[in-house]
Every structure is written in C-alpha cells, then in structure tokens.
Ligand binder design. Structure first.
Ligand code: HEM
Length: 525
C-alpha cells in the first residue's frame, strides 16, 4: 500500500503479495506497530525454521489462542439486541424506582434471548425453555429482569439446580443427547421430582417451540417486591406480552427448520430489526399484598406456581421496543452479564428460595466467565448513570477511584471521593424474619399437580393434542421403560385422558398413579 509508505513485502515463492490492496487503513499489531507483511512469518531462509523473534506472528497466534471464553453454564446459545423501554403508566404509588415512576420516560435496555440446555453452537428451534433477560440502564443503576418465556420453573429450591441442569444436558459418559427432552436422565430426574410436573406440561406444549423470539411472552417468574418512599411493600410479578402475538411452530416444522437453518431465530430477529420492523413487548405487572398472597391456594414463594391472571390481573405499564442490532456479537451478546440481584431502589426480593440461590449464582459464574471482577467496566454492562465507589484494581480495570483517597471515612473533603447517601441510597425492605435454622421445604409448596392440570385444561383441544404427541414422542426416546411408566404415573394425577393417550402411544399398561404429597385441587381453568 503506497499510502502506508513501506516497502512491498515479498510474497510466497516470489509471487505477488497474497492480499488485496483495496482497504485504506494500515494494519497494526495490538501495540499499534504498522505491519508490513501479514502473510509470511519471519524465517531463516525460504525453507528454514521460523524464528522465535517474530513478535508479529507470536502476538497474532497468542491472541487467537485465547479467543474463547467459557460459554455460559446454562443459556449458552443466545441472541441480543438494544432497545428502549417507555413507561406509560406510573407505579410511583408503589415504588421509588425511577424507571417505573415517570410516564413517558424512556430507558435504554439490552435484551438477550436464549435457549437453556443447548450449547453455544446448538440449533435455535429446539424444544426448550427460552431465556428472556432484560437489562434496564436506569438513572438509579442497572436493573436486570432475568426471566424466561415460561412463568414457572422446574424446581422450588436452588440447591436442586445443578442436578436439574446436569440431567437436561448431555450425559457425561457419551456427551449426548443434546436434546433436553428426549433424554433418559431428564425424565429420570423429572419423574423423581414431582415439583417439576407443572413446568413439564409447559415444556411439552407449543410454548417451547416458538416461531420467533418476537412471538414469545416473558416472565420474571418469582415474586419480587416494590417498595415505596415510605417503606411500604407490594408484591409484584413481571410479564412481557409480545405485540406481535404469541406464535409457535409445529414439531415437524421445528425439525425441518433446525436442519435447514439452525440460526432461524437469530436471523429472524436480526432481519426484523434491520428492516425497521421493530419488535415490541408490553410490560405488565401483577400487584398484590400480603393479604391477597395469604388467600391464594398455593404459595407465591414457590416458583413452580403462577398466579392466574383472572385472580390478579396484569396491569400494562409500558412498552419495550428493540430497535438496534448489536454491532459486535461478542462484545455485547456474549459479554453481557445479567443477574437477578441487580435491582434498584424501590425493587426488592421476596423470600422465594430459588431466587435467593440465583442471586448468588449469576455473579459467581460471571466472575469466571468474564475473567475477573471488572466486567461492569465493559460497555454493555456499564451503568449509564454516574458510578462512584472505592473498588479498585483487579484484572482489566478500566477505571479506578480518582485522587488520593480510596477508602472511607476519610477527611479529604471535596477531594475525598463519594459518600453514602441515606436519602436516595438502596435500602432493603425491613422484612421481619424468624425461624429455626433447618433444611426444610415448606408444606405450602407440596401441591405439585393442581396447576399442572389447570394448565393442561386451559389449552385448546389442538394444543392438548400437541402436548400428548410431544409426551409420546419424547418418552418414546427414553430407553428405560420403567422411567416411561413413571412419567405416565404422574400424568394420571394431572389428566386421566392424557395419561391413557400417552400410555397407549407408548404401548404401556396404565401404571398406578404417583403418590401425591398433597391432594390435588380442582382449580378453575
Ligand atoms: C443464565 C433465567 C434459575 C443460574 C440464565 C439466563 C436466563 C436465566 C434468562 C441467561 C442470561 C443471559 O442471557 O445471559 C432463569 C430463570 C430461572 C433460573 C427464569 C428460574 C426461575 C436459575 C437458578 C440458577 C441459575 C436456580 C442457579 C441456582 C444461572 C446461571 C446462568 C444463568 C449460572 C449463566 C449466567 C452467565 O453465565 O452469565 N438464567 N434462571 N438460574 N442462570 Fe438462570
């Protein structure tokens, strides 16, 4: 390149340089040194050994060798986009959270949709739960709503999470199957864990083969708290409702799509945003107080239960629009770090034991996945409001406390850095806590089948048929016949017709019903 002003390098075998010369920019090393020849390493003669001295070769290969970071231990395959959330109905009566207070206010967001079980290179239209994680860059710091497209979860206590995930991921000796559902280990775990059966019904429904990320609902799953300026708390469950409608594909379509285009969902989202067809979701809340919670026929702290919208209506409070694709997948979608414990003043936790485990888990895994404690310095994770504290150093620190003082209390006055502020700072809701320290599951968590049945009966006949077909298909892949029968024994507590259909489909005699810890209730559908 004449503009670069250095000599034309000698190409392979004395031929012309093996590169095009139509780019205007000069290539450099990571140290900024201009590179004259990116095709040939430094050698002792044309056929001699390569020289260790070649810092350009060594730097290039060293960096390449370290390109991969650990994929997420779950939700490894995902796709993200930037957007904005606009509030249309104020919740200032319930919360001091600024993001939920001022009607018309717009807050930037980053969203990552994902599958749970597959690894990073797996196919998009797997029968799987989808992650629906939203980072709100609020004026009071980052608030992450780390949800799924299913309103309930498989387990009630975080201590079961490693078992659940081991059971859904590939078996350790053979490293298959990748499919979460057609899996002896998964069905073994699920049939030994009655609490999973509400979620299993959702998993076998059309919800887990969405047509597009744009046509999925999202749920925060757990009860959270909203806390107002006077310290009054209201429980809340969060919902995302797609303005594009709710759409799924059929199983045989999913199988074909995965073969033809494993990137179907990410391509769809990218194309829609590139075309200016920006997907939108309404944010809804179910608000309820302790008295309402006490009257529910289940425990709202149990993540395997949902609160029917007929009992506590969903109030729409705003709209999220995804309007910008990432310009760098790795920098944004791979390095984004969501965490349930990222809350802002006015938003607090309930005592859901699954949520408490999550609050520990995300930060812990990200410390490893993102290589140290400074991942909040990465642009996608950095708050868009002032950040001031005395945390310092560590791998890849991009900023440190300014000036002389890096501790408090200090008496350096205006040069002494930030101070705590009881007026606007985060205060935990002063819930009264008492109890005996013990490993125990609450009795109020013991009804595992009523809502599974309620969900099944709420489905249209064609959707019920899809659930039956999915159960037969997935269970027919399970090698152990006793596990298949155990699955049907749970179905008998959910719906007898469904149990019979599945038993027939599998060529099984109808087994005895599973033993329920608590009698099931006939809930309205
Ligand atoms: C990742 C949702 C339960 C641990 C994720 C992601 C979502 C999610 C959406 C992907 C985040 C992203 O896109 O980067 C949920 C929901 C749960 C649940 C809705 C139940 C209601 C749990 C539990 C644990 C857990 C119980 C552990 C105790 C993790 C971990 C990651 C993850 C370690 C990977 C995070 C990372 O590497 O950045 N989860 N999860 N999750 N989840 Fe969960």
């Amino acid at each position: 390149d004449a503009a670069a002003g250095y000599a034309e390098p000698q190409g392979h075998g004395g031929e012309t340089h093996q590169t095009t010369s139509d780019a205007a920019l000069t290539m450099t090393t990571a140290q900024g040194v201009p590179i004259a020849d990116d095709q040939n390493s430094l050698r002792a003669g044309p056929r001699g050994p390569t020289l260790l001295e070649d810092f350009i070769l060594r730097e290039k290969i060293f960096h390449f060798d370290h390109e991969r970071i650990p994929e997420r231990v779950v939700h490894a395959r995902g796709y993200g986009a930037h957007g904005v959330f606009k509030l249309t109905d104020s919740l200032s009566e319930y919360t001091q959270a600024d993001v939920l207070g001022t009607v018309g206010q717009e807050t930037e967001v980053f969203v990552r949709f994902s599958t749970v079980a597959g690894n990073k290179g797996s196919m998009d239209v797997a029968r799987d739960v989808r992650g629906f994680a939203v980072k709100f860059y609020t004026k009071q710091g980052n608030w992450d709503l780390v949800g799924n497209n299913i309103p309930v979860f498989f387990i009630q206590d975080a201590i079961k999470f490693p078992d659940l995930i081991h059971a859904v991921k590939a078996e350790p000796d053979r490293a298959f199957p990748q499919a979460q559902s057609a899996h002896d280990n998964f069905w073994d775990f699920a049939t030994l864990s009655p609490e999973a059966w509400h979620m299993v019904m959702w998993q076998m429904s059309d919800r887990t083969i969405p047509r597009s990320f744009r046509t999925m609902e999202g749920f925060g799953v757990h009860s959270f708290r909203l806390v107002d300026a006077n310290g009054k708390s209201t429980f809340v469950k969060f919902h995302w409702k797609p303005r594009q409608g709710l759409q799924s594909v059929l199983w045989n379509e999913a199988v074909k799509i995965n073969g033809a285009d494993p990137d179907f969902h990410r391509r769809d989202l990218w194309n829609a945003i590139e075309a200016g067809d920006f997907p939108e979701w309404d944010l809804g809340v179910q608000l309820f107080d302790q008295e309402t919670a006490d009257k529910l026929p289940f425990d709202h702290l149990d993540a395997t239960k949902l609160i029917p919208e007929e009992d506590v209506p969903v109030r729409i409070i705003g709209t999220m629009t995804l309007n910008r694709n990432v310009d760098n997948f790795f920098a944004n979608t791979e390095q984004v770090a969501f965490c349930t414990q990222n809350v802002v003043p006015g938003i607090d936790f309930s005592d859901d034991p699954l949520l408490h485990g999550r609050n520990f888990s995300y930060l812990d895994t990200q410390l490893k996945r993102l290589g140290g404690p400074n991942f909040t310095h990465l642009p996608v994770n950095a708050p868009r409001c002032p950040v001031m504290h005395f945390q310092q150093d560590g791998h890849m620190a991009m900023r440190n406390p300014k000036g002389r003082a890096n501790y408090e209390p200090n008496s350096w006055g205006a040069d002494g850095g930030p101070r705590e502020n009881p007026e606007i700072g985060y205060k935990s809701f002063p819930a009264e806590v008492q109890g005996t320290k013990q490993r125990i599951r609450s009795e109020t968590f013991a009804d595992h089948y009523s809502q599974a049945r309620q969900f099944f009966l709420s489905q249209q006949p064609i959707e019920q048929k899809h659930i039956g077909d999915a159960l037969v298909f997935e269970l027919s892949k399970v090698e152990r016949v006793d596990i298949r029968a155990r699955a049907v024994s749970h179905l008998r507590l959910i719906d007898e017709d469904l149990a019979t259909t599945v038993a027939d489909g599998l060529g099984l005699d109808l087994p005895e019903p599973a033993k329920a810890a608590k009698p099931t209730q006939d809930l309205p559908t």
